[in-house]
Design a protein around this ligand. Structure first.
Ligand SMILES: *Cc1c(COP(=O)(O)O)cnc(C)c1O
Length: 399
């Protein structure tokens, strides 16, 4: 199909929930994607932090092919070998003891909210139900996770929202302390605010949050949908902060491109879910779990990719700091950890994204003026150099 016709039919048949670029992609390999009209692009969006091993990693492709030939779906009425194997891998590499599988980040957070309420109400017979999350956070689009999301513009027209959720300033321990009441059951936070503009906490923030939660008998939920699965150079971002949460949610990178979400918890909390408490038809089906196992295996092989992610993240930030010196009137700040990197501008980021696309690089802009880079963790210096060259050209045209 011709690109113009494709765009026309998209507008005819799809709900207009996205403002899409006039670009369609038909093929991808590693760091590269090719458009409908065969133009090549360097991909620094990575499917919004999903394609952690790049496009069509051969081991993930083979795992999907093999599993598709064997068994695609059977429902959770039965034991599913790849699901169990994936759960074991996640448990063996995290603080958690138990895993629940679903299909997206929002569903994982929804499950975390349900589990924490049920833990106090049913398990401990305590009337604690209030969830505290952060301003500027993003936790998903279902009604509960939209309520938890700290961005009012996303909520217009959807009320009444879920009662029992309140927001405090991120990275402000005093504000959190003041917000916790005897009814608070959980604090839900992203280790690094991704959609909110790649905002990192102060180095001692999460230790203080952990202590506050412990002292008040409140659960700590980490939304690692974006930061998990190697993005920060550790398998899970909480490892950077010297603490463990009680519940953690995953999605984006977990399946190397296929839709899968997971909610992990310690045994003590997980037992609040009993048969019938929660479920999902597709959750943890054989096909997506086979893809996720392959992804995890590649990621964990000798820690090679995690090391690479750390080194490339450092290199990338250094190059961006250099760029900031050349364009002090355009670049406000370089932020980020591992390969979740933000470049805050003094100006609107959308024209920069467009200009980079014209020059063969896909980047993302979030929170209006923050360029966000979430390349596959296999990105190399050469590709980072190519992107920084393109950014330099683009900023030149703006200054
Ligand atoms: C993307 C994201 C979500 C929502 O994930 P979906 O799969 O789109 O539902 C939730 N939390 C964070 C931190 C995210 O980045």
């Amino acid at each position: 199909m011709e690109i113009r016709k494709l765009i026309e039919e998209s507008e005819t048949y799809l709900m207009h929930t996205y403002n899409r670029f006039p670009l369609a992609l038909k093929k991808g390999r590693g760091m590269k994607v090719w458009s409908w009209d065969s133009k090549e692009y360097l991909d620094f969006v990575g499917g919004v932090a999903v394609n952690c091993l790049g496009h069509c990693h051969p081991k993930v492709v083979v795992a999907i092919q093999k599993q598709a030939q064997r068994l695609i779906h059977v429902s959770n009425y039965y034991h599913i070998e790849p699901q169990t194997r994936l759960a074991k891998m996640l448990v063996e590499h995290s603080f958690a003891d138990k895993v629940f599988f679903c299909n997206s980040g929002a569903e994982a957070n929804e499950a975390a909210i349900k589990l924490s309420r049920r833990y106090f109400r049913v398990h401990l017979d305590q009337d604690k139900y209030e969830i505290i999350s952060a301003h500027n956070s993003f936790h998903g689009r279902t009604l509960a996770t939209l309520t938890a999301t700290g961005k009012d513009s996303l909520k217009i027209g959807f009320g009444p929202l879920l009662p029992g959720i309140r927001h405090v300033e991120f990275n402000n321990i005093e504000a959190l302390n003041n917000a916790i009441t005897k009814n608070t059951c959980a604090v839900l936070l992203e280790p690094v605010q991704g959609e909110g503009g790649v905002r990192e906490p102060a180095s001692d923030y999460f230790r203080a949050v952990r202590k506050l939660c412990d002292n008040n008998n409140v659960l700590l939920i980490f939304d690692e949908v974006q930061t998990g699965i190697g993005r920060t150079g550790k398998l899970f971002a909480y490892e950077n902060y010297g603490i463990t949460p009680d519940i953690m949610t995953l999605a984006k990178g977990l399946g190397g491109g296929v839709p899968i979400g997971a909610m992990l918890a310690t045994d003590k909390i997980a037992t609040a879910f009993q048969p019938g408490s929660h479920g999902s038809t597709f959750g943890g089906n054989p096909l997506v779990c086979a893809a996720a196992i392959a992804t995890m295996e590649v990621l964990l092989e000798d820690g090679f990719i995690l090391d690479q992610c750390l080194r490339m993240g450092k290199y990338f930030r250094e190059r961006l700091e250099d760029l900031k010196k050349d364009f002090p009137e355009i670049i406000l700040e370089v932020r980020g950890i591992g390969l979740l990197i933000g470049l805050e501008l003094f100006r609107d980021g959308a024209p920069v994204v467009k200009a980079c696309m014209d020059r063969g690089a896909l980047i993302n802009c979030t929170a209006g003026n923050v360029l966000r880079f979430m390349p596959p963790l296999i990105v190399t210096e050469k590709e980072i150099d190519q992107l920084v060259d393109i950014l330099e050209q683009v900023f030149d045209t703006f200054s």
